[in-house]
Write a protein of this length. Structure first.
Lengths: 378, 223, 433
């Protein structure tokens, strides 16, 4: 039998036959790995998921026409949006403002894309239905209260196009929108419907964009837009972008600190358990020395045990750590966790580091153990 | 030729003189018993001879080599090559099987050889127990295993510390039979014991009292 | 004798028990820190979210919805309804007064600057107005606190500055106005007379919003120019709120539709709709609306953060409880010889278990107390480094921590004890373990 085979036999026997103690050590490694991987994933993934949640505040970049003009071309806006990374753009919504009359009273009518507005302004509350057809509209809550109109009513809007005669058009109110902001005093209709009514297709007053990025990053995007699309001026919505940076950085700092502390304490705890398990082996070390083992041989045996333990705890730890992270991610954000691959080898390194350190401490003490210990009798 | 020579060996633990000017020589192939009450210095002497401790004063020569000034690492090497240890408490590694407990001594020495180990087990009558763990063996079996382990590297000197202290009479006889066999084959044996009955099997009986050598006589006369 | 045995073990097994006490201290400090942070994180994040500004807007009841319309030509349907400035301190007397963080009134006017034809919006507001509240408190409130995201080149105005004005960045850019420039302002007051004011630009601000296109001045100055002394057009309120739920959504439709019991729950919870309702009660002819962009989103973020912290706390507690009880198991396993000896001496299983558990509990209990103190320290480090303020220590944490110590110690000892007690003393004593 080769020396390696005997070495393997000693190490494995020590692990397998000292069942209860090694289970304790294995459990410790397993917990350590679980927390390391789980917290690592939380540390890495949650701040970004949190960033997505902040998009519920709505648009953080607005495109307007350059040089104080009031009309921008949607074609140009589309080119500008194409400059942004696709995975970071939550939504982009055009808005076109026109004045129309209802019972001789002027109203601001906003033409927009309703499917996009639900992404950029997720906080709007609509009583009734979102408009499906071109002649369906939403009215603001203040207008609804003032005119005593409600979802399902019909409203006749009068408008005078730039050229031609006054037009009167019957629209169906599909819902009442309530946001607490300016929208409460607006009438909102599909952009396409407004274009058939008034012409001047492919234009808007502003395009609101919601980007999942920090304010410096958005500033960089807006510089790129400024340079590549001269017809547009991008404006950062400071209230949203800056506040998000402030709050999000606090939240991230919180998560970083919490994960850091949990990780640190758990690793210490795991290390202590390992230590307790190996500490009791002074007698065995003395015996092995009496049998002629030198320090090197004993240290190698302990390291060997540590490595096997680390590997044995690591594999199931990967699985339970993944479930840990997945549970957090799914129950808080309803999204799959995005586990970065580099955590897998990193977890192995961490568990090796802890088990080997814990095994080496008694092995280092082995140098001082007198073989005479075994002869001392009782 | 003398395999072991102690000249004026003293051992001090702090202020306590555990051994005082011991001089002793053991010839190759001799069977010596060391007797004495608790605290007489038997174990200290055993530690020094077994290369597990260094004497404070005096010289120890083992197999022609002066070991009294060697450091820990060299002592380990000498112990591995020249000495086979047998303990009262057996000191078997609980998680290794019988055959593995013997092999581990081979492994620390040079090469683990399972066939040779099995032959050694056969010699002490434990072939049928090769795959058992120490806790599954009786006291006598454990001590026989311990002897097999001590012999596996063909030591120049077999050191036994109260080898029968934990055994009943029949097991004690089995162990002593093995010692007789070894002696017949030419092994040098030193047995530390407080039992006159065990000591009587040796050729020579050395008695210690309070760290001093008080008598060194042939076994027959000791009787 | 029992006492002597336990004490003897405690003093002689110092090292091992110390190790266990240390591990327990670590675990409990983790639990204390996490629980305290978790219980406080809602309040802390809520405070942070105030950087988004107002979440309630108050306007005069019956004011035309056209008043603050975007892009509608001047003068169209401008209403002449106002709120009274004198009533505003009442905001700090409502049921949830403590949750009202900041508020500021606004009055807007349309003025011409330096004789140009073009009309420029002039907005009057409180900057950091000192108010004496009827309850005897005093507060300083205004837009300085509420518009944290504004960039100011120069400094904010003082509320009593009679001749100062701040220029919006777009307006300043168009007109080439710098800090220190003198402006002549013409405004038409409510009786139609033209009022003139000579003002100095104290600073230029960038808000990223439509205020950038005009001027900003102290409220009193704008009231003087327009002849609307003591009147304000609207009030923005920033309040700490509880995330909305079904009840509050129903209430915000129509508070009267609630049953009496629901109504009381709603009224006594800091829902944004409840606070808005109370503001309407406190001010004459006022209409308070939640700004959903802020209110809704902050509710969402708060809920997510709380849930996240709750889960992290729960999972990390579970893991550390497991890890420590594991350590306790390791400790008990190590003492097989001692237990074998006690059994050989004739001790009953119950008396051995009792002595061992008492000893373990004393060690872990001491660890727990130390850990609680350390945990409070950790929590305040987290609080200070993340939020810049201490995390308040919640009394609820103490019984939870004590329970954890008890459960973890007993849970960790029992399986190992049961295993060891099954061993026969001879086996243990003769090294045949």
């Amino acid at each position: 039998m080769t020396r390696q085979a005997m070495f393997r036999r000693i190490v494995l026997s020590s692990l397998i036959r000292r069942r209860s103690r090694m289970l304790v050590a294995l459990l410790a490694v397993l917990i350590g790995t679980t927390v390391f991987l789980g917290m690592g994933a939380v540390y890495y993934d949650i701040p970004r998921q949190m960033g997505r949640e902040f998009r519920s505040y709505g648009a953080n970049l607005v495109l307007v026409a350059a040089g104080g003009g009031s009309v921008l071309k949607l074609e140009e806006a589309r080119r500008a949006i194409a400059l942004l990374p696709v995975d970071k753009v939550v939504g982009a919504t055009p808005f076109r403002y026109e004045t129309m009359y209802y019972n001789k009273q002027g109203l601001t009518v906003v033409g927009t894309d309703f499917s996009a507005v639900r992404k950029t302004s997720p906080y709007w509350r609509v009583q009734g239905e979102w408009p499906q057809k071109d002649d369906e509209i939403l009215i603001g809550a203040d207008i609804a209260e003032h005119t005593r109109l409600y979802a399902g009513s019909f409203i006749a809007l009068e408008v005078s196009p730039p050229k031609g005669r006054k037009i009167k058009k019957e629209m169906k109110i599909s819902g009442v929108v309530h946001s607490g902001g300016a929208e409460d005093g607006f009438v909102l209709m599909p952009l396409a419907g407004m274009e058939t009514l008034l012409g001047a297709g492919g234009t808007a007053a502003v395009v609101e964009i919601s980007i999942a990025a920090a304010s410096e990053e958005i500033a960089a995007f807006s510089a790129a837009i400024q340079a590549k699309t001269p017809g547009l001026t991008p404006r950062l919505v400071k209230r949203i972008a800056d506040s998000e940076t402030t709050v999000l950085s606090r939240l991230q700092a919180l998560i970083f600190m919490v994960t850091g502390i949990v990780l640190f304490l758990t690793l210490i705890c795991v290390g202590t358990t390992m230590l307790t398990v190996v500490m009791e082996r002074r007698g065995e070390i003395g015996l092995k020395k009496a049998l002629g083992a030198d320090n090197k041989a004993i240290i190698f045996e302990f390291i060997g045990e540590g490595v096997v333990l680390a590997l044995a705890g690591w594999l199931p730890g990967l699985v339970s750590g993944y479930f840990f992270a997945q549970m957090v991610s799914v129950s808080v954000f309803s999204r799959e966790v995005d586990l970065p691959f580099f955590l897998v080898p990193l977890t192995l390194c961490a568990s090796l580091a802890v088990t080997i350190t814990a095994s080496l401490l008694p092995a280092a003490a082995a140098v001082d153990v007198e073989p005479a210990l075994v002869l001392g009798g009782e | 030729m003398n395999i072991l020579e102690l000249k004026d060996v003293s051992m001090l633990y702090g202020q306590v003189m555990a051994l005082q000017n011991i001089s002793l020589s053991v010839a190759s192939g001799e069977w010596v018993a060391i007797m004495g009450a608790s605290g007489s210095g038997k174990t200290t002497l055993m530690n020094i001879v077994g290369c597990m401790n260094k004497a404070t004063r005096g010289t120890v020569t083992l197999d022609g080599e002066n070991i009294s000034r060697l450091d820990g690492r060299d002592l380990t090497a000498i112990r591995r090559d020249k000495i086979g240890l047998i303990f009262q408490q057996f000191h078997l590694i609980s998680y290794l099987t019988a055959v593995e407990n013997v092999m581990i001594a081979q492994y620390y020495h040079s090469m683990a050889d399972e066939q040779e180990t099995l032959r050694a087990l056969k010699r002490v009558g434990l072939t049928h127990r090769a795959g058992h763990l120490p806790r599954q063996l009786s006291g006598g079996e454990q001590q026989r295993l311990c002897i097999a382990r001590a012999l596996i590297n063909y030591p120049r000197l077999i050191l036994a510390d109260e080898p029968t202290g934990n055994l009943d009479e029949s097991n004690q006889n089995t162990v002593l039979d093995i010692f007789h066999q070894l002696h017949a084959e030419g092994s040098t044996i030193i047995v530390v014991t407080h039992s006159p009955e065990v000591a009587a099997h040796a050729q020579r009986v050395v008695s210690l009292e309070f760290g001093r050598l008080v008598s060194d006589v042939p076994a027959q006369r000791f009787h | 004798m029992f006492l002597r045995m336990v004490l003897g073990a405690l003093t002689r097994q110092k090292k091992k028990l110390l190790m266990m006490a240390c591990a327990m201290a670590l675990g409990i400090s983790l639990a204390t820190a996490m629980l305290n942070v978790m219980l406080d994180v809602g309040d802390k994040i809520n405070q942070e979210l105030k950087t988004y500004g107002a979440n309630i807007i108050v306007t005069p009841r019956g004011a035309s919805f056209l008043a603050d319309l975007y892009g509608v030509e001047d003068g169209a349907g401008v209403s002449d309804k106002y709120l009274s400035e004198a009533e505003l301190p009442n905001l700090k007397t409502i049921f949830w007064a403590f949750n009202i963080v900041d508020f500021t009134p606004y009055l807007d006017a349309s003025v011409s600057v330096n004789g140009h034809e073009e009309k420029v919006p002039l907005l009057g507001a409180w900057f950091a107005k000192h108010l004496d509240i009827p309850t005897g408190e005093a507060v300083d409130t205004g837009i300085i606190n509420m518009k944290s995201w504004w960039d100011i080149r120069g400094s904010w105005l003082k509320d009593d500055d009679e001749s100062g004005v701040m220029a919006g960045s777009i307006f300043a850019g168009k007109q080439g106005i710098k800090t220190g420039d003198k402006l002549t302002i013409f405004a038409r007051d409510n009786s139609g007379k033209v009022q003139t004011a000579f003002l100095t630009v104290r600073s230029v601000f960038h808000s990223g919003d439509k205020e950038d296109e005009g001027l900003l001045a102290p409220l009193a100055l704008v009231q003087g120019l327009t002849g609307l002394e003591g009147k304000v057009r609207r009030v923005e309120v920033s309040a700490l709120t509880t995330p909305e739920n079904d009840l509050s959504r129903r209430a915000s439709q129509n508070p009267r539709s609630l049953s009496r019991q629901d109504w009381e729950i709603w009224y006594c919870t800091a829902y944004v709709s409840a606070i808005a309702y109370q503001i309407e009660e406190a001010l004459t002819d006022a209409r308070a609306k939640a700004i959903l962009q802020v209110a809704e989103s902050e509710g969402k973020i708060l809920q997510k953060t709380r849930l996240l912290m709750l889960l992290l706390t729960f999972l990390s507690l579970a893991c550390s409880a497991l890890a420590i009880s594991n350590l306790v198991t390791a400790n008990v396993l190590e003492r097989s010889v001692e237990i074998g000896l006690l059994k050989a001496l004739g001790a009953t299983n119950a008396s051995i278990s009792f002595a061992l558990l008492t000893e373990m509990l004393i060690a872990t209990g001491i660890g727990g107390v130390v850990g609680y103190g350390t945990g409070l320290g950790l929590a305040s480090i987290i609080g200070h480094s993340v939020f810049g303020s201490a995390v308040s220590a919640k009394a609820l944490v103490i019984p939870i921590a004590a329970l954890l110590v008890l459960l973890v110690t007993i849970g960790g000892s029992l399986p190992a004890l049961r295993m060891l007690l099954r061993l026969r003393p001879a086996e243990v004593l003769h090294g045949r373990q």
